[in-house]
Design a binder for this molecule. Structure first.
Ligand code: NAD
Ligand code: UDP
Length: 318
């Protein structure tokens, strides 16, 4: 029973990470009580330092592969390394984080009757044969490759969410997030936007993997946080999965040229081998999100890149 504080109690796992920290900010701004849980594998206290001291924000160091006993109304399950070099560092732990983490958070949601949202990924589509990707596409995923710990872990987490929904009538929401970027990306996470910006600002070669003809669609983090909050607020009958991303599609070469233009950098392009299982194209079909969430991304690539460039410029490391 809650006597004094009628604010919604919201748990964000992975809340000290890139997307999680923006989500915590957004949830606090909307008047919620936010519990951020993180083991600081890829996240950092710096990402949430500005929230510490807010009486409605609480930070807990915890690994989601272990059970968690807290009382909350909503759970955003974001805990999982997302950059290939991070999730491939300890692939067994990556699968455990997705699968055991999902089991523990679903168990928590069941016990306290909380609504629960899973941060799934466009990687569930693998190297897609359907373009753009719609939610009814089952994907083309290598089960034994270098990306499999992440891709299959996230796929299994989706399975668990839907089995808890069918078997235990849990209120679930599954978001399939496409490439997201913005301030607080890890500067050395190897992801393309952070890599190119840091390389451009340092005047180092811009590393293009393959010919740079592979495509991605880049969503600014504020747009993504907005979509996650809208998804959580949908009627109980709406579970997703729903694609969340920006449908603007760019080749990696185009992204490099845009970053060079916006930073005014004289960095050269350096072509390197394409990593194994690197998807050739990726672009979300967001018509379901548009209908169900009344949402579409508002921030164009150049504007989002400028904000991200300012963030990396302001960091003393660059
Ligand atoms: P991130 O690495 O910055 O954040 C992940 C957070 O989870 C970090 O703070 C990390 O310390 C924490 N974490 C990892 N393992 C944990 C564990 N076992 N217990 C507790 N905390 C743990 O990555 P991000 O880009 O913010 O991604 C957040 C979520 O969104 C992830 O689930 C990711 O799979 C998903 N996602 C992100 C993108 C993207 O483009 N950024 C795309 C698709 C899906
Ligand atoms: N990439 C690149 N140079 C880099 C980092 C990444 O060309 O320095 C490419 C990578 O091969 C992939 C795309 O950019 O085709 C996006 O990579 P990222 O790791 O950001 O995300 P994901 O592959 O998971 O979509």
């Amino acid at each position: 029973m809650r006597v004094y504080d009628l604010r919604k109690r919201v748990l964000v796992t992975g809340g000290a990470g890139f997307i999680g920290s923006h989500l915590c900010e957004r949830l606090l701004a909307e008047g919620n009580d936010v519990l951020c849980v993180d083991n600081f594998f890829t996240g950092t206290k710096d990402n949430i330092a500005h929230l510490i001291g807010n009486p409605h924000f609480e930070m807990m160091r915890h690994d989601v592969t272990f059970p968690l006993y807290v009382e909350v109304d909503e759970i955003y399950n974001l805990a999982c390394p997302a950059a290939p070099i991070h999730y491939q560092f300890d692939p067994v732990q990556t699968t455990k984080t997705s699968v055991h983490g999902a089991i523990n958070m679903l168990g928590l949601a069941k016990r306290v009757k909380a609504k629960i949202l899973q941060a799934s990924t466009s990687e569930v589509y693998g190297d897609p044969k359907v373009h753009p990707q719609t939610e009814d596409y089952w994907g083309n995923v290598n089960p034994i490759g270098l990306r499999s710990c992440y891709d299959e872990g996230k796929r299994c987490a989706e399975t668990l969410f839907f089995d808890y929904y069918r078997q235990h009538k849990l209120r679930i929401k599954v978001a399939r997030i496409f490439n997201t970027y913005g301030p607080r990306m890890h500067p050395n996470d190897g992801r393309v936007v952070s890599n190119f910006i840091v390389q451009a600002l340092k005047g180092e070669p811009i590393t293009i993997f393959g010919k740079g003809s592979q495509t991605r669609s880049f969503c600014y983090v504020d747009d993504l946080a907005d979509a996650l909050v809208r998804l959580m607020a949908t009627d109980d009958g709406f579970t997703g999965p729903v694609n969340l991303g920006n449908p603007g599609e760019f080749t990696i070469l185009e992204l490099a040229q845009e970053v060079l233009k916006l930073t005014g950098s004289k960095s050269q392009l350096a072509f390197e081998p394409l990593p194994a299982d690197d998807p050739l194209q990726r672009k979300p079909d967001i018509s379901l999100a548009a209908r169900a969430l009344s949402w579409e991304p508002a921030i164009p690539l150049a504007e989002g890149l400028n904000k991200t460039i300012s963030y990396f410029r302001d960091r003393s490391a660059v």
